[in-house]
Design a protein around this ligand. Structure first.
Ligand code: NAD
Length: 427
């Protein structure tokens, strides 16, 4: 089938490349010319394992990119909206980009004869596809809902493993306003071994939020238990290993530490809180999940202060800037509030991340960035481990170059050596 993908960020670029791998012809649309140029040259606009190989294989063949909505709509049967849905200043969902993409799609659809399906893949609060996107498309295309298809197909991929997750999904959810459009969207995935859950758009939208809210809750729960364990002198990892053996709980997302970040969990939980408040429901549990997540990084700085006293003029090495390993994405990374608090306390920050140094420079231009952990650690009064990069697990002799070998581990990464002061956040 011929597919157009609107927005070529993490979700759009990966979906485009994977749909091409599944045999479809794909046209990517973006407003960012540099992303278009990169995709057409076979170079990923973001880092994702396996994406480079797929783009190399299909760019210029059955995968192309453009800024021209008309061209994309005319030359495809189905369009996926994959643009960002950030938080507004109150934490609620900002649908501005989705609305703009919907309007552009509607304008192009007006010029097209024949059936076309529009699918929302961006994470949007329940009701958005039917009550916001559909009316915009109708208005801009001068067509009625029965003249085109509309569906919601949430994305569950994990950054860092996005290509693998797209090709090996544990669920595919298609919410459509009618059977015809749902059948078309479901057929795109027929090459994958996964049952398709069919439902209406608002249920599909809620499934995505419930999914992310559940995972975020599991993390904050593990962190709360971890904080209590720390106070009681108990190793929370030993506790959670045993708890996770209960098949009703499962072993995943029970690792306590500095909390969750990224472009999804924080903003999606906040958006769900906003939607719940809109209907007069007070989501106490979800509010606590966010609150606890915000205080975890602060606890790390407090542990540091307990040892060092004033942080003024102290050199603190921050290892790990990406919100998780295997990605260059720093959105809502837990290292951000830590760096901010260190700077507010007068510390000097010396940072290293295998992939995210460049992205972090856009947030903090005046801290030191290094190309290895050893360089960042040189002369440091302490080190904070913020991201679970594999390479940090084997750090050992690198700590020898520190002024004081004090390590605050926010990710349970290190096996403490005899000659370091090792402090785990929750263990
Ligand atoms: P992103 O910010 O990385 O990418 C969005 C892209 O849309 C950018 O390339 C931007 O230039 C482009 N864009 C902006 N306005 C546009 C317009 N009018 N027309 C065409 N392109 C436009 O976002 P993302 O991380 O890929 O997330 C996209 C959506 O998917 C969000 O709703 C997010 O919540 C959801 N999601 C993300 C992930 C993830 O891991 N990143 C996982 C599941 C779902």
């Amino acid at each position: 089938m011929k597919i157009s993908i609107i927005g070529t960020g993490y979700v759009g670029a990966v979906s485009a490349a994977c749909f091409a791998e599944l045999g479809h012809e794909v046209i990517c649309v973006d407003v960012d010319q540099s992303k278009i140029d990169r995709i057409n040259a076979g170079i990923p606009p973001i880092y994702e394992e396996g994406l480079s190989e797929l783009l190399e294989k299909y760019a210029g063949r059955r995968l192309n990119a453009t800024s021209d909505y008309d061209f994309a709509v005319m030359n495809s049967d189905i369009s996926f909206i994959c643009v960002g849905t950030p938080s507004d200043s109150h934490g609620n969902i900002d649908l501005g980009i989705v609305k703009a993409a919907g309007a552009s799609l509607g304008d192009s659809l007006k010029k097209k004869e024949g059936y076309h399906v529009i699918v929302v893949k961006s994470t949007v609060v329940p009701g958005t596809t039917e009550k916001v996107v559909l009316p915009i498309i109708e208005k801009h295309s001068d067509k009625l809902a029965e003249d085109f298809g509309i569906a919601m197909n949430p994305e569950f991929l994990r950054e860092g493993k996005a290509v693998y997750d797209f090709m090996h999904p544990d669920k595919i959810v298609v919410g459509s306003i009618d059977k015809k459009s749902g059948d078309i969207v479901a057929s795109l995935y027929s090459g994958l071994e996964c049952e398709v859950t069919r439902t209406n758009p608002r249920t599909a939208e809620m499934i995505k939020y419930a999914n992310n809210a559940c995972l975020a809750t599991k993390i904050s729960f593990a962190n709360e238990i971890g904080n209590i364990c720390k106070g009681l002198g108990i190793d929370t990892y030993e506790v959670m290993r045993a708890v996770g053996r209960d098949f009703r709980i499962g072993p995943y997302f029970l690792n306590s530490g500095a909390g969750f970040g990224g472009s999804c969990f924080p903003k999606d939980v906040r958006a769900l809180i906003g939607k719940a408040s809109e209907i007069g429901y007070e989501p106490v549990l979800l509010r606590s999940v966010i609150e606890l997540n915000e205080t975890q990084p602060t606890r790390m700085v407090q542990l540091l202060k307990n040892r060092l006293g004033s942080l003024r003029e102290k050199k603190i090495a921050v290892l790990g800037l990406a919100f998780k390993n295997d990605t260059d994405d720093i959105r809502e990374s837990r290292s951000t509030p830590v760096i901010k608090e260190l700077l507010d306390n007068g510390a000097r920050v010396s940072a290293y991340d295998p992939m995210a140094n460049e992205n972090m420079k856009m947030l903090f231009s005046d801290i030191e960035y290094h190309s290895s952990a050893a360089d960042a650690l040189r002369g440091a009064d302490a080190c904070m481990i913020m991201t679970e990069w594999d390479e940090f697990k084997s750090l050992g002799k690198e700590f020898d170059v520190m002024k004081r070998r004090l390590i605050i581990d926010g990710r349970h990464m290190l096996t403490p050596g005899k000659d370091v002061e090792y402090i785990g956040l929750c263990w």
